[in-house]
Design a protein around this ligand. Structure first.
Ligand SMILES: Cc1cn([C@H]2C[C@H](O)[C@@H](COP(=O)(O)OP(=O)(O)OP(=O)(O)O)O2)c(=O)[nH]c1=O
Length: 191
């Protein structure tokens, strides 16, 4: 069976790499530029799914599958920002130090006919209690840049993570189990 083309609606090189791990090479990358402001009172899981869905809709292309993802780090009901500067990254690390937080990673698929389907992965992560020198060292390394919650599990932060329950690929940005099952349910041939 020949699949319709698949477009990845993401500027994230990690999402492309993760997709490659399950043998899928997108025909094109069409990063969606959407308003990522959470709605008033919006809870993290609803927000993550809505963002993934809106990215898939924004990159819609007739006759193609469009895949999008969104990864949100949450402390209780609080949605942590994507760290774009050192001060934000530092604030996030102080908040998640020594306690559990959740990583909600949503994936949305727009099928060639226009129907939309989503899946959500939820992972619980616990960092060790971070000392001030550990926080300084992590900040100096710069791996936090552009990452939700101010860290990247795929880098040196893994040495600071005491425990994780859920999906490692989900924390990185694209939950592969959910992605595969979403594609299979929509009739994409993964053979
Ligand atoms: C927590 C965590 C997040 N991240 C990344 C994944 C996402 O790229 C980013 C969260 O932002 P997203 O808005 O999910 O994605 P993005 O802006 O990078 O890309 P696009 O919207 O174009 O698809 O944080 C990691 O790479 N590792 C981690 O451990």
């Amino acid at each position: 069976m020949v699949n319709p083309p698949l477009i990845l609606a993401s500027a994230s090189p990690r999402r492309r790499e993760l997709l490659g791990r399950i043998g899928i090479e997108p025909l094109a990358i069409n990063a969606a530029d959407i308003d990522e402001t959470p709605l008033k009172g919006e809870v993290p899981r609803t927000y993550a799914v809505r963002m993934a869905r809106e990215k898939a809709i924004a990159a819609a292309s007739s006759g193609a599958f469009v895949l999008a993802g969104d990864t949100v780090v949450a402390c209780g009901r609080r949605i942590l920002p994507k760290a774009e500067d050192e001060a934000t990254a530092r604030e996030c690390l102080k908040l998640i130090s020594g306690r559990r937080h959740r990583v909600l990673s949503a994936v949305a698929l727009r099928a060639p006919g226009g129907s939309l389907h989503e899946r959500l992965s939820e992972t619980i992560v616990r960092f060790k209690c971070l000392s001030p020198p550990e926080i300084d060292g992590y900040i100096a390394g710069g791996e936090w840049s552009g990452k939700a919650g101010g860290y990247a599990i795929q880098g040196s932060a893994e040495g600071l993570i005491a425990w994780i329950s859920g999906s490692h690929s989900g924390v990185m940005g694209l939950p592969l189990y959910e992605t595969r099952s979403l594609l299979a349910a929509a009739g994409f041939d993964l053979a």
